[in-house]
Write a protein that binds this ligand. Structure first.
Ligand code: ZN
Ligand code: ZN
Ligand code: FE
Length: 763
């Protein structure tokens, strides 16, 4: 006796070859029915004998295409229908379902790579060759459901040959929205340094190759935006790029022509290789090889000055492959923008902001729907730790432990991202950047409009940081008032911890260790070395680093030597001349410390800064996190080293972690001429043990680590060791960055929980 089932699947099931998979399966099992994309997922009906339906259901999941992620599957029995065959139906135009689970952009697949390298293939050397298993997705989608006419490929009607592939369920390109060929698809063009279009097609490619080989700076239109490329083995070329971009010492990423090439300059672990070659293909921080094979030119020192790591990636579009194969050397590959501005992705941005920085542009005529930077990850314990989350990861939602009211959260002013909640999902935006420039501020507003429209969210509250000086806070406050909905300010470090709690579905109280640069505390001082007993809806400050003074406020963030000076003055020590202060300046700062005004911050980031300056490693920061990164790099070389003193003081919470004994002991090591790497390693051990000591006092079994300081892999792994050794269960962020790029998720969840409990302040 036949049965008929309706099956509804949610997850990443659109744009990944799911319907052809189901089609082929149904054909093989001789089942009737249909399948179609709907806004919230994929809907299908099948009928046939129960045993074969069972097999169908199993293989539907076990043999799903590699990029598919089934998150939810519902089955309803139905009365029998008439059809014998199985069909793929067009998708209905509008749906009412919540979060659509569209896949992120996907790196070029091996099949398509083989095609562009095959002289007999009609896509030989075609830079826009893709299929159901690869290619742009989110960066070309303009609306849902995901169909070609709602992507930026709508400008390229398919030729008869492509049509045939597109409509054939047995073809690798069946209903692949982002397909094209040399006859019907996008084409390359070369712009000269003035922005005039000079060459087309492969000639344009050749021109870019020549320029790069001559050490010139070339912009390239990539998948989700423009990139700037330059020969990574040429000191002069990389130096020119640094000057033009207005970039201090912040490392550049490098794209290697192939895995074989990458292995000549770096030493990745197997897990790092699989990430580099995977569908996300992010920039991965890899250790530079110390001794290069004979005849291999070193990477220019200016790529990542004084840095044992280099952000590395492999070509992830056909265009990258074609270009890198020809240039045959590693290329610096950095975001197409001025320092810290938002990524350029439209031609008008390029003309306004990019053309003046480069010697030519390898452009093409397929529009990009939204900007999408390259993601940046480090691998810790075999899992990616996201430093920047965009291409390959966005818009993959974060599943929450339960449904929350719809909320928009606007993040912080640095490394900005925004987030929405929709049902039991939270969707974090791509990395936007530092909101200090007009271009980035406009992008912030564009992304918000995009997110609300795309995910069909009508927010019932607006969440932001607590910092009254943040542009994002002011915007959220005004916008909430305009919309007549509550504004929910969320404390910075609480947001860091809740983001990680949400990801791990933690609802009970945890000890949150939130360590970063600085964030605004409810007491009006700056925080950044915090131990918060945290719930989703609130926290209690249990302990914190003893505050240290920021001489000159913001100026102290750029100049670690000012922190060092303050530490020395407070410890009653004479500052060495190596810090570069005149005796007049020292007297001035001494008076300032006695009489004020000075702002104080309980910030681990600033402690790292101060120590780096004391040790003479970095007196000034040219980019955020420079001094801590230098200390981490040194500490790697220092081996296992015992801690410095790390007392926890105070009768009742909040306990204080005084930095005095640590700094005194460290200075003694320095006087005794101990190697810097040894000192740096001791510092890392000390901080990990400090966390252990506080955790023992608080005695909550689950500990959450977040905040920018945990981008430091050595600090993170040592802390994990200490805490696990003491029997704690430790969580750290896997799906969202520990830095301020993850704030919006925490804010959204806090606000959602408040709304749900009816506790949000009235508008
Ligand atoms: Zn492909
Ligand atoms: Zn075609
Ligand atoms: Fe932070």
């Amino acid at each position: 006796m036949n049965q008929r089932w309706r099956i509804f699947l949610q997850g990443t099931v659109q744009g990944v070859g799911f319907r052809p998979h189901v089609f082929r399966l149904a054909q093989r099992l001789r089942l009737g029915g249909w399948i179609r994309n709907e806004t919230g997922g994929v809907c299908l009906e099948v009928q046939g004998p129960p045993a074969r339906l069972q097999t169908f259901l199993e293989r539907l999941q076990t043999e799903a295409p590699p990029l598919a992620r089934i998150r939810r599957l519902q089955i309803h029995p139905l009365p029998l229908g008439a059809e014998q065959d199985f069909r793929i139906l067009p998708s209905p135009r509008e749906g009412s379902d919540p979060v659509p689970l569209l896949p992120p952009d996907v790196a070029l697949c091996p099949d398509c790579l083989a095609e562009i390298q095959d002289p007999d293939d009609r896509r030989h050397q075609y830079p826009f060759t893709h299929c159901t298993q690869c290619g742009p997705r989110f960066s070309v989608v303009e609306a849902l459901p995901y169909d070609r006419e709602r992507t930026t490929y709508r400008w390229f009607p398919l030729c008869p040959a492509c049509q045939q592939e597109y409509h054939n369920p047995l073809d690798r390109r069946f209903e692949a929205q982002a397909i094209a060929c040399p006859q019907c698809g996008p084409q390359l063009e070369w712009w000269d340094e003035g922005g005039a279009v000079r060459l087309q097609g492969l000639e344009a490619l050749q021109q870019a190759v020549r320029c790069l080989q001559q050490g010139r700076v070339v912009a390239l239109k990539g998948m989700g935006g423009y990139q700037i490329l330059v020969d990574a083995t040429s000191e002069a070329a990389v130096h020119t790029l640094r000057q033009r971009k207005g970039r201090g010492g912040k490392p550049f990423a490098v794209m290697f022509p192939s895995l074989e090439a990458l292995l000549q300059w770096t030493v990745p672990s197997p897990r790092e290789v699989s990430l580099l070659q995977g569908p996300e293909s992010p920039i991965v921080l890899l250790r530079k090889r110390r001794r290069l094979p004979r005849g291999i030119p070193p990477l220019a020192e200016a790529v990542a000055p004084d840095n044992p790591w280099v952000g590395s990636m492999l070509p992830y579009t056909p265009l990258h492959h074609l270009l890198l194969q020809r240039v045959a050397r590693p290329l610096v590959c950095t975001s197409g923008n001025r320092s810290e501005e938002v990524l350029c992705y439209r031609e008008e941005d390029v003309r306004r902001r990019l053309v003046s920085l480069v010697d030519g542009v390898l452009n093409h005529n397929r529009p990009i729907a939204r900007h999408m930077d390259d993601s940046v990850v480090r691998v810790v314990e075999g899992r990616p730790l996201l430093l920047r989350r965009a291409r390959g990861y966005v818009p993959r939602p974060v599943p929450l432990s339960r449904a929350l009211p719809p909320v928009l959260a606007v993040g912080g002013d640095l490394k900005n991202t925004v987030a929405v909640t929709q049902g039991a999902w939270a969707v974090l935006s791509q990395h936007i950047g530092d909101l200090a420039t007009l271009a980035t501020w406009e992008a912030f507003q564009t992304v918000i409009r995009d997110w609300l429209r795309f995910f069909r969210v009508t927010p019932r509250a607006l969440a932001s940081d607590l910092h009254p000086g943040y542009l994002t806070t002011q915007w959220a406050q005004e916008e909430a008032q305009r919309l007549g909905i509550p504004w929910v300010p969320v404390q910075h470090h609480h947001a860091h911890i809740v983001a990680c709690m949400a990801e791990h579905h933690l609802e009970a109280e945890v000890l949150g260790v939130a360590w970063d640069g600085t964030g605004f505390g409810p007491d009006g001082t700056l925080w950044g070395g915090e131990f918060l007993l945290s719930r989703l809806d609130g926290f209690q400050r249990m302990a914190h680093l003893e505050p240290l003074p920021l001489l000159g406020g913001e100026q102290a963030i750029r100049e670690p030597r000012r922190v060092a000076l303050a530490l020395l003055i407070l410890l009653g020590k004479d500052p060495p001349s190596s810090l570069g202060f005149s005796s007049k300046e020292i007297q001035y700062f001494q008076r300032l410390l006695q009489k004020g005004p000075v702002s104080w911050a309980s910030s681990i980031g600033r402690l790292f800064d101060g120590i780096a300056a004391l040790l003479g490693i970095r007196l000034r920061n040219t980019f955020e996190g420079e001094a801590p990164q230098a200390l981490e790099a040194l500490a790697q070389e220092g081996g296992k080293a015992p801690p410095y003193p790390h007392p926890v003081e105070g009768e009742a919470p909040p306990w204080r972690l005084p930095w005095g004994p640590l700094v005194e002991a460290l200075l003694q090591d320095q006087r005794q001429g101990r190697p810097l790497s040894w000192i740096a390693s001791r510092l890392h051990t000390t901080l990990a043990m400090w966390i252990g000591a506080v955790a023992r006092r608080v005695r909550v079994r689950q500990v959450v680590l977040s905040g920018g300081a945990f981008q430091n892999k050595l600090l993170l792994t040592r802390t994990l060791q200490v805490l696990r050794g003491q029997g704690f269960q430790v969580f750290w962020p896997h799906q969202v960055p520990p830095n301020d790029g993850g704030l919006s998720l925490g804010q959204a969840v806090v606000a959602g929980v408040w709304l749900e409990a009816g506790r949000a302040p009235d508008a």
